[in-house]
Ligand binder design. Structure first.
Ligand code: B12
Length: 250
């Protein structure tokens, strides 16, 4: 659709109805409910209806507010990061690696920092895969070293060097206090420091709350967000590493 201005759909087309939830640092009483409605109004919900309020301990209240948002969405002004590589089948990925490289492509994966959310990285790496696609372990020409949860950056760099990794895949799910950004920038800086210029492995960061356009700021080669499938990652690896070097020397 081009030139479209849209509003959310609730009960009828274009009525603008949205539902938002949030917590205020106030004990649950009438004043807290009024504060929630004031916030909703400031967010552009008019009229706003308080549909749920529940005390979260003595000092906090959780709210759900439903209302018509006054803002419009200009679909033409939406910017997305387009996929810059073709999607390949597992067979095509294997073929693209096998002939130029004549060895398996080595992928090291980990959940770094204190993050213990391994389901996302496992969805990409484990053979059982995700969304009907097999994970990278299924690809004959890939060798996957999955380091699991709570891997410290020095440990990751060390292992990547020992394994002569072609690509390092890190997952960050927790975003409290921008932990995902700090951990990823720390990781990429450590790789830049540990490897001579231009020889570091391909660095890929993934997780549900990453901004896919933030590669430069994070110092990585690619960022993948929510809903990523293993096939996309395998296709990217081939795209980014071709023509593949015969051997990596850290
Ligand atoms: C399961 C879960 C847990 C499990 C994790 C078990 C495990 N082994 O992973 C347990 C119970 C341990 C847990 C603990 C905690 N959790 Co938790 N958890 C979740 C939950 C419910 C689901 C996450 C999940 O598995 N998603 C499914 C996977 C498949 O999706 P995904 O991670 O997005 O991965 C996909 C993409 O993002 C991408 N991807 C992800 N990583 C990578 C990496 C690469 C390289 C690539 C290419 C792609 C990629 O590909 C994947 C497939 O598409 C979420 C809420 C939610 N619904 O998301 C909260 C959630 C992530 N947890 C949260 C929190 C706060 C915690 C705790 C801090 C709670 C506490 N106070 O103790 C602890 C932290 C523990 C720690 N040290 O990390 C918060 C995070 C909030 C924030 N802003 O950071 C969430 C959002 C819940 C919430 N709404 O509050 N959690």
């Amino acid at each position: 659709m081009s030139g479209a201005i849209v509003r959310p759909y609730g009960d009828t087309t274009g009525d603008g109805m949205v539902q938002v939830s949030f917590t205020l640092p106030l004990p649950h009483d009438k004043r807290a409910e009024g504060a929630a409605l004031q916030l909703a109004e400031k967010m552009g919900l008019a009229p706003a209806l308080l549909v749920h309020a529940k005390a979260m301990g003595p000092d906090f209240t959780f709210f759900v507010v439903y209302g018509s948002v006054t803002h419009l969405v200009d679909v033409d002004a939406v910017t997305v990061v387009p996929r810059e590589f073709p999607l390949l089948s597992a067979k095509e990925v294997n073929a693209a690696i096998k002939s130029p490289l004549r060895r398996k492509l080595l992928v090291v994966g980990a959940c770094i920092g204190t993050d213990a959310h391994t389901v996302g990285i496992d969805a990409i790496l484990n053979i059982k895969g995700f969304a009907g696609e097999k994970g990278l372990e299924y690809y004959r020409e890939l060798r996957v070293v999955n380091l699991g949860a709570q891997v410290l950056v020095p440990e990751l760099v060390e292992r990547a060097r020992a394994e002569r990794a072609d690509a390092v895949l890190v997952s960050q799910v927790v975003t409290q206090r921008d932990a995902h950004i700090h951990n990823t920038t720390q990781m990429s800086a450590a790789f830049r420091e540990a490897y001579p210029a231009g020889t570091a492995p391909l660095l890929v960061a993934g997780g549900p709350r990453f901004d896919e356009s933030a590669t430069a700021a994070l110092g990585v080669d690619r960022v993948f967000g929510k809903g990523t499938t293993p096939g996309e990652v395998a296709s990217f690896l081939v795209h980014a590493l071709a023509p593949l070097p015969a051997a990596r020397t850290p």
